[in-house]
Design a protein around this ligand. Structure first.
Ligand code: HEM
Ligand SMILES: [Ca+2]
Length: 921
């Protein structure tokens, strides 16, 4: 047996400066089980329980592998195995910190290719002879007919406004179609304009009676730019050398993938989702899917009523934060564009009383309202028969050809914190102060200034009211309460969402401040971009280290090469991997999180006493609770403390009956129905097709589904659907039995894993890459790897103590620790970003990731580097390390870390400039 080694091997960090004490701060003694009233646990005991202090000096083997004691965040991917093995709590080497025993992170499996791009012409489709003759003239004629269709659509929309059929401001439908599905003038323009192409294909199909399965193949032969519709889609500029050489991502993700000139680049906002499987539109172009026998599929609300229950099934190991982080990154990766009228207004799909509109009023084709059964046990009380559902807007196609409809993502597809920074230069600029690299915040000077009180700045451009009414609170809404402004407006959707994103906002400003102290010569732009680069890396690390192992499980991650590395760099970037979000991921798989949403959000104080909770239906797009000093901390503690839910067919009624409820109405919308309808709207094929994609056997009959579904679900499916091929992906995905070690079942697991493979391999700026323009040095990367969400919370709120694994319920293995325990909850040190002011500019990157400068007369940026080649401001002679200490030339003439004699980096010089400096200066 090996003794636990001393870890980490840095000298102790300087203490974090005292924070002002807020009135609600009562720190729990470290190691004392918090007195949290868990309303879900029947065995709740109000008396604090002493945890046994771990006595273990030696770590047990786990799964036959040697383990050692480390900070918990280094055991995140192993957590299920750690829990299953007795005696895995341990004391870190210095005796101060609480750690976990676990093996090294497993070596990633061999490269697995992402799903193959579907090609409907690939599968040996024989085209009918008459469609072979369709030529450009025919296409242009169809396009002209499509233009008349467009005119009549606009006329219908105008008539609706004249008849005062609108989506009433303040209604639940309005919140859904206008506030949640926010759209910019630009995306309205692109999507409405791309309708010309859609109508052209529809006309073509009608005129030549093209079979649905042949349309894509026929239409794909024509490039938009060769038709009269050549100017209906934007042209993307090519990448210039300077942008390609920048160490920083562009705001809109352009030039991340160096696309061939003239092509639509991958991953940009307002571009299409890609698909794992070819769509199954009823008409081959845009009509929602029908049952295999040509009949209508069961109404989504009927499915929702039959399959979904509101039962609370808490997880025994996760915290509510798994749900919340999922939503946070969902808002980073995607925001679907919902159809708007030609004027950019929400499209009414039902009457304000909840009845159907006439066929004529729906003839613009942008609606597929959801039918509510007459005897609906809930909505019948309110005489609702129709639920608003505007179709997602069509996007310009990346291939620049004619064909079926693709849907539009308005955010950068990459995991790049676009929800915080914005998805384009304009929004990004609106969010910046342009001083010292910081983001705008709402400061709370009344409370004694501390950045841990900052909130997102107010959104003054919105007509939406995020304050609670007097009827709910008994007081008039305070003046200051506004919706928050951020990179994605859905930050306001609930207080939990606000709280979890605000932590990143504050971290950005904290990092920018420290970088400014370390590098007084950096200007605002450099500070902003460096801080942003660090934050994105931290978020990616949290995603792959803490979040994904819970959702898809360690084994799947290893199989696909998604496990984070413990040391060193990855070389996984592949410019041929398309990072774009999969339609299946957006419209179905990643909505698994809806099953995890609790109906109430808890405010829990520092003593882990629940003070109160808020009911979701009253707080959609209401930010007021987050303004009360102390509440943001209480929501954060709530997220870490309330047990999470499982992914299953149990959903809170707050989402299935009261989504976006208008005050006083008693009902809202049903998110499960919306999800099912959205899948059909996007043309997603049935669940059975995805079984095959994911390596499960195709189900010939309902009985075959018993391999992954409980019998009662299979019975329901058999009762509701006429064919086993008809089952909708969303409802099946959430009802599958979870894969052992994962939160989701095999089909969602396979889709989600493929997406995160693309987001890693297809992102030239992925945080642990070597040899890219945006690569960190090894020293910097090792600091990034210290990040955990618990540390971000500790450093950016008044939360004084938290469990090291924020995504995991607090327990003996994951006990609430003081935020000052840097051993248990390590903190990134920014010293490796200190740069000598050499006047040098671009540094080249050597094979081993070391940045060096052969000469300094380049234009461009000067990247932080562990090694410099300087000579008193001149380039090219002296070799130093980050601290400005002498380093050593290698034999082959490079200034390299490899050849630094052992021990040098630990050496402290007399004046401490070359000594270790803590993160907080
Ligand atoms: C209080 C919590 C939440 C609320 C109120 C909420 C609400 C919604 C609504 C209204 C939609 C649009 C439905 C439609 O297609 O019409 C949606 C979409 C979506 N939700 Fe949620 N959601 C919540 C939590 C989550 C979580 C925890 C996750 C993931 C872990 C998630 C992932 C998604 C995704 C991926 C979409 C697709 C978004 C798009 O296409 O733009 N949501 N959600
Ligand atoms: Ca993004």
């Amino acid at each position: 047996q090996k003794r636990p080694s001393h870890y980490p091997d840095h000298p102790p960090l300087k203490q974090y400066p005292e924070r002002p004490i807020t009135p609600d701060y009562y720190p729990p003694a470290t190691g004392v089980k918090p007195n949290y009233h868990n309303p879900y646990a029947s065995s709740y005991k109000p008396v604090p329980v002493e945890y046994p202090t771990p006595q273990k000096k030696y770590c047990p083997n786990i799964g036959g592998l040697e383990s050692r004691c480390r900070p918990a965040k280094d055991c995140a991917v192993w957590y299920d195995a750690v829990r299953a093995t007795p005696g895995t709590a341990c004391i870190l080497g210095n005796g101060k910190g609480h750690g976990l025993c676990c093996p090294d992170i497993p070596i990633n499996g061999r490269y697995q290719a992402p799903f193959k791009k579907p090609n409907p012409c690939d599968e040996g489709i024989a085209l009918d002879p008459h469609v072979e003759h369709i030529d450009l003239v025919a296409v242009n004629e169809a396009a002209l007919a499509g233009q008349s269709q467009m005119e009549s659509m606009i006329a219908t929309e105008k008539r609706l406004t004249q008849k005062n059929i609108v989506v009433r401001k303040g209604s639940g439908s309005f919140t859904h179609s206008w506030v949640f599905f926010h759209s910019t003038a630009d995306s309205v323009k692109i999507s409405n304009s791309s309708l010309y192409g859609v109508f052209a294909v529809m006309q073509l199909s009608r005129r030549y009676r093209i079979k649905p399965e042949q349309i894509e193949c026929v239409a794909n032969r024509f490039r938009l730019r060769d038709t009269i519709l050549f100017d209906t889609c934007p042209i993307h500029p090519n990448c210039d050398e300077r942008t390609l050489a920048s160490p920083f991502r562009t705001m809109n993700g352009s030039c991340n993938n160096a696309h061939p000139p003239g092509h639509t680049p991958w991953g940009l906002p307002k571009t299409q989702y890609q698909r794992a499987l070819a769509p199954a539109y009823a008409d081959g172009v845009w009509m929602p899917r029908l049952a295999k026998d040509g009949s209508q599929l069961p109404p989504p609300r009927l499915l929702s009523l039959s399959v979904i229950r509101d039962i609370d099934v808490p997880s025994d190991s996760d915290s509510t934060f798994v749900m919340q982080y999922g939503q946070f990154i969902d808002h980073d990766m995607l925001e679907t564009m919902e159809s708007k009228s030609a004027d950019g207004l929400p499209v009414p799909c039902c009457t304000d009383e909840g009845n159907f509109l006439s066929e004529e009023d729906l003839s613009h084709g942008k609606c597929i309202p959801i039918e509510i059964p007459k005897d609906d046990p809930f909505y019948s009380k309110f005489r609702q028969r129709c639920m608003q559902f505007a179709r997602s807007a069509p996007s310009c196609r990346t291939d620049g050809r004619l064909g079926h409809v693709e849907q539009m993502n308005q955010n950068t597809h990459f995991l790049d914190l676009s929800g915080l920074y914005g998805s384009d230069d304009k929004v990004a600029a609106e969010l910046r102060t342009f001083e010292k690299g910081t983001l705008k915040v709402l400061r709370r000077p009344r409370h004694g200034y501390h950045h841990g009180m900052d909130l997102h700045p107010p959104d003054n451009d919105t007509d939406v009211d995020c304050a609670l009414s007097r009827a709910v609170t008994g007081i008039d809404p305070p003046e200051e309460v506004k919706c928050f402004r951020a990179g994605d407006n859905r930050i306001n959707v609930t207080p939990y969402m606000v709280a979890s994103q605000t932590v990143f906002l504050r971290e950005h400003n904290g990092v920018a401040d420290l970088l400014a102290t370390l590098n007084p010569h950096w200007d605002d732009e450099r500070l902003y971009q460096e801080a942003r680069r660090i934050l994105i890396a931290q978020m990616q690390h949290i995603t792959y280290n803490e979040f994904l192992p819970i959702v898809i499980g360690r084994a799947k991650m290893q199989q696909l090469g998604l496990l984070p590395l413990q040391h060193g760099f990855s070389r996984d970037y592949d410019e041929n991997v398309n990072p774009s979000i999969l339609n299946e991921f957006a419209a179905a798989a990643f909505r698994f999180g809806h099953s995890l949403v609790p109906g109430r959000q808890d405010l829990i104080n520092q003593r882990r006493v629940k003070e109160r909770d808020i009911l979701l239906r009253q707080h959609f797009f209401k930010t007021q609770e987050t303004y009360t000093p102390g509440n943001l901390d209480k929501f954060l503690i709530g997220l870490a403390t309330v047990p999470g839910q499982r992914v299953d067919n149990f959903f809170t009624e707050e989402l299935t009956n009261h989504l976006f409820e208008e005050e006083g109405k008693g009902f809202g919308m049903d998110l499960v129905s919306l999800n099912i309808q959205r899948g059909r709207d996007h043309g997603l094929p049935g669940y059975n097709a995805y079984r095959v994609l994911c390596g499960l056997p195709r189900a010939e009959e309902f009985h075959d589904l018993l391999d992954v579904f409980p019998p009662r679900i299979v019975e329901k499916f058999e009762f509701l659907y006429s064919s086993v091929d008809d089952i909708d992906l969303f409802i099946a995905g959430v009802s599958e039995r979870p894969v052992p070690g994962a939160l989701v079942g095999p089909t969602f697991q396979c889709i989600i894993a493929d997406q995160f493979l693309r987001l890693k391999r297809g992102d030239r700026f992925f945080y642990d890459l070597i040899g890219q323009t945006g690569s960190f040095t090894e020293e910097q990367l090792n600091e990034i790897r210290k990040t955990s969400y618990s540390r971000l919370v500790c450093d950016n709120s008044h939360v004084k103590s938290i469990q090291p694994l924020f995504f995991k319920a607090e327990s003996e293995l994951n006990p609430v620790m003081d935020c000052e325990s840097f051993e248990s909850i390590p903190r990134m040190n920014l010293y490796p970003w200190k740069e000598a002011d050499t006047g040098a500019s671009v540094w080249n990157t050597a094979e081993d990731g070391v940045k060096w400068s052969p000469n300094c007369d380049f234009e461009g940026y000067n990247i932080g580097s562990p090694l410099r080649v300087i000579d008193g401001g001149q380039c090219g002679r002296k070799c130093i390390d980050t601290r400005g200490c002498n380093a050593f030339w290698s034999k082959d003439g490079w200034c390299s870390l490899k050849d630094i004699p052992k021990g040098l980096r630990e050496t402290k010089s007399e004046n401490s400039i070359c000594g270790f400096l803590p993160w907080q200066l």
